[in-house]
Design a protein around this ligand. Structure first.
Ligand code: SR1
Ligand code: MG
Length: 411
């Protein structure tokens, strides 16, 4: 039987209600209400609920043009990558990702578990809510999804088959441009520099050649280090939280890349939450964020070393001392990519509301300078970061340095 869903088109909310019935996800006599709830940069996300039973699910569809810019077009295959990865990650890290019910290659849409009883972590953090189990959950997720997809643990041909299956050139190109190039030269004239910080950005980012050299190396590591199947965009807008639950979603940027790209993104996005807490005087929240940064690094290391011993299959990776060296290089990458995320969200095209919503000009100026100074410390001294306290100390150093009048001036 012919169906209007046999040919791709961009769905509106009402279309998704019909879609879930026709595809058998909901009963045909269900009284459905559908609403677009997405606020990401790329896709359309709809919540479809049965008003009688309360049953609900999410339909996520990839548009041919990106939401953030009609000029940017990226293959709708990203939705397949996301669905397949979530299914895989559900096996590696059960209970820490949403359940996928199905993926449709024609409509480029996936249907998944509704997590409306959770809150988007970025939104919750902007209300200065605290999540005591976050560090534990996110480190379990990262250790299991990352370490278990490396050559440490996987048979090497099986691993290479995953590298091939999850090759993701178009989404990687976005990262290569927006994260690892443009923030240092505005080569595509898309940066969004807060005008009161223009001179600071010129000096600290555009004119710093030592920084350019370090980031050039990081760009090549990002493009050439097929270390693990990474999420690729692990910021707090890709995480749902509830007091007793953490779920990581939206892995459409996933590919085989450096582990430190994921771990670094988590650290940087916690710092954005801290920026917001400082601007609005939320002292207890800021202390919790710094404690969470420290715990995230330290728990990651402890769980990583333990899991390494349990899942190592590669004989040479059992050589004495290799495990520690491998982890040390992940920590250096973590510091480096936390740095590139801090910088790109501060001056690049895709920014974060934690910082852009800071209403008072002087406070936003200060927050941005803290981000940039902390980022440079992370990138230029990446080898010095071996434990959680080191990452927190850099935030404190940057906060002090940004208080010096010629570097910023405390609000
Ligand atoms: C053009 S997409 C901009 C950003 O949104 C995504 O969430 C990624 O972070 C990307 O860099
Ligand atoms: Mg996203």
């Amino acid at each position: 039987m012919m169906s209007r869903f046999d040919t791709y088109f961009l769905m509106k909310a009402d279309d998704t209600a019909q879609y879930v019935k026709e595809k058998g996800y909901m009963r045909t006599d269900a009284a459905l209400a559908a609403k677009e709830i997405g606020d990401g940069n790329l896709n359309y996300v709809f919540r479809v609920a049965d008003t009688k039973t309360g049953e609900s699910l999410i339909v996520k569809q990839a548009g041919e043009a990106l939401r953030i810019s009609a000029d940017m077009r990226v293959s709708t295959d990203r939705n397949r990558i996301e669905s397949e990865i979530l299914a895989l990650q559900g096996e590696y890290a059960p209970g820490l990702v949403p359940q996928i019910f199905g993926y449709d290659t024609v409509m480029c849409a996936c249907v998944m578990e509704d997590l409306s009883d959770h809150e988007l972590m970025r939104h919750a953090l902007m209300k200065h809510k605290m999540f005591p189990r976050f560090a534990d959950d996110i480190t379990t997720y990262m250790v299991h999804t990352l370490l278990k997809t490396t050559d440490i643990a996987m048979e090497h041909k099986a691993k290479k088959a995953l590298v091939k299956r999850f090759i993701n050139p178009e989404l990687c190109e976005i990262t290569e441009d927006l994260v690892l190039t443009e923030p240092y030269n505005d080569i595509n004239k898309r940066n969004l520099v807060f005008p009161p910080n223009a001179a600071f950005v010129q000096k600290e980012l555009y004119d710093d050649h030592a920084l350019h050299l370090a980031v050039a190396k990081l760009k090549f590591t990002f493009m050439n280090s097929a270390q693990a199947l990474i999420h690729g965009d692990l910021h707090t807008g890709s995480i749902f939280v509830r007091e007793d639950s953490t779920r990581v979603f939206d892995p459409e940027f996933a590919f085989y890349g450096p582990i430190g790209y994921d771990t670094g993104n988590v650290i940087a996005n916690l710092i954005f939450a801290w920026d917001n807490g400082v601007a609005y005087g939320a002292a207890a929240f800021c202390d919790w964020v710094l404690k969470t940064i420290e715990e995230t690094i330290d728990l990651f290391c402890a769980k990583f070393l333990k899991a390494y011993d349990q899942c190592v299959t590669e004989p040479m990776a059992k050589a004495e001392g290799f495990r520690e060296r491998y982890l040390a290089s992940i920590l250096a990458d973590t510091a480096s990519y936390a740095g590139t995320e801090l910088i790109r969200r501060t001056v690049g095209m895709a920014q974060v509301k934690d910082v852009t919503s800071i209403a008072e000009e002087a406070k936003r100026v200060y927050a941005e300078r803290v981000n940039i100074l902390c980022a440079k410390d992370y990138i230029l001294h990446a080898d010095k970061y071996s434990k959680g306290a080191d990452f927190v100390a850099a935030v404190r150093r940057a906060a002090d340095a940004a208080s010096v009048p010629e570097r910023g001036g405390r609000p």
